[in-house]
Design a binder for this molecule. Structure first.
Ligand SMILES: Cc1cc2nc3c(=O)[nH]c(=O)nc-3n(C[C@H](O)[C@H](O)[C@H](O)COP(=O)(O)O)c2cc1C
Length: 366
């Protein structure tokens, strides 16, 4: 049998196969940034994955960037997520919550009144984002966090990690990719501070390391993961030397003993992010981006990664694991409903139904 279907332990997480559902923002949250009832059905239907990483979830009101993303800091949000974890666990699955603080990739139109848009430095991202209230708008100009506020943001992450325990998750993943707050601290273009959190390489790495340490005060370190994408310019990120940045980051977090590092393939052809992580991080690696059954199987077989995560394939194939196992065809997804509210395009994709074989005996029945 293919290596993708073999169980594995990623730190303290026990996976029944190496097919991971990658995090996907789906913008279905209800008022109060509470996951909808039908999120339990969505995640529960995908629980045959060895591990589910939830959509990005904001640890605080300030951490929200996009419209209708869920949070994990209020009692109602915790109750909503409890329904999700119960559904996944009832189906024998394993699920971690992805903590996503968007930092400067935000619009006040998407936030609660009074919530702030903050970043390492007061540098506005070039580009636009969608809002329900005003359509496509420029990103907010961010406020630079003071040193005391940086510490406060780290404790927001820590409170959210506690809330994730109350909600019944198996662990948490820090979103350190896609140009959000941790990557804004890591990258030279967005971090122009000259205090303990910027200026030198060690100082740029500090925010991500201290945030992970704060999460590991709440959870055992072997239930905490980190997602990275070295060299990705998405969301107006520039870094003078991504290989150097991520070597330093991985070396600094190796002693922590994380469950895994979840690595998105670098769009920079010169930078092999999987090899860089294997060389500088002494723990399990989940690889992502553009894998299918064949390439995922080969990557596990060849030791490139311990597990493979799939995002888009899970949107329209809730039973992706069974489809891979049986060689069944994959259904395409509809782009239009990726981020629309309601169940359509979310829980509306059925599991595969094999065509009914009409036997020669049946065909004689009148
Ligand atoms: C609709 C959608 C939403 C996404 N939201 C997130 C997110 O919240 N957090 C994250 O880390 N990545 C997010 N991603 C990136 C995916 O996790 C993944 O890295 C990317 O789709 C490539 O994997 P794939 O080729 O298997 O689709 C999103 C991708 C899609 C298609």
């Amino acid at each position: 049998m293919s290596g993708l279907f073999e169980p594995i332990e990623l730190g303290g997480l026990t996976l029944r196969n190496r097919i991971v559902m990658a995090p996907m923002t789906r913008s279905r949250a209800c008022p109060g940034d509470v996951p909808p009832d039908f999120a339990a059905q969505y995640y529960g239907a995908r629980a045959a994955a060895g591990l589910i990483v939830t959509e990005g979830v904001q640890p605080s009101r300030d951490g929200k960037g996009y419209c209708r993303t869920p949070g994990i800091y209020s009692a109602d949000q915790i109750a909503g997520w409890r329904r999700v974890t119960a559904a996944v666990h009832a189906a024998g699955g394993c699920i971690v919550l992805q903590l996503m603080h968007c930092g400067r990739i935000a619009s006040h139109y998407n936030k609660a009144p009074g919530a702030r848009t903050v970043a390492p430095s007061a540098i506005r991202a070039r580009g636009k984002m969608f809002t329900d209230a005003a359509g496509l708008v420029d990103f907010d100009p961010p406020e630079a966090l003071t040193p005391a506020e940086v510490v406060a943001v780290i404790s927001e992450y820590q409170h959210a990690a506690r809330a994730a325990q109350l909600a019944g998750f198996d662990g948490v993943e820090l979103h350190g990719a896609s140009g959000y707050l941790p990557m804004q601290f890591l990258s030279t273009g967005t971090n122009q501070r000259s205090d303990a959190y910027g200026g030198s390489l060690a100082a740029r790495v500090r925010f991500t390391v201290e945030t992970l340490e704060a999460l590991c005060d709440v959870w055992d370190a072997d239930r905490v993961g980190l997602r990275i994408c070295p060299g990705n310019p998405f969301n107006d990120i520039e870094d003078a030397n991504p290989a150097e940045t991520y070597r330093a980051l991985l070396a600094a977090l190796s002693p922590i003993g994380l469950a895994y590092v979840h690595v998105i393939r670098s769009p920079d052809a010169q930078l092999d992010a999987f090899a860089l992580t294997r060389d500088h991080f002494d723990g399990p690696l989940i690889a992502n981006d553009g894998f299918d059954l064949v390439s995922g199987t080969a990557a596990v077989r060849d030791g490139i990664a311990n597990a493979i995560s799939y995002a888009r394939a899970f949107i329209s194939n809730p039973d992706l694991v069974a489809r891979f196992a049986n060689g069944w065809p994959l259904a395409p997804f509809e782009r239009r409903t990726l981020y629309t509210s309601g169940p359509q395009g979310y829980t509306s994709y059925p599991a595969y139904e094999a065509p009914v074989q009409v036997s020669s005996q049946d065909s004689h029945v009148a």
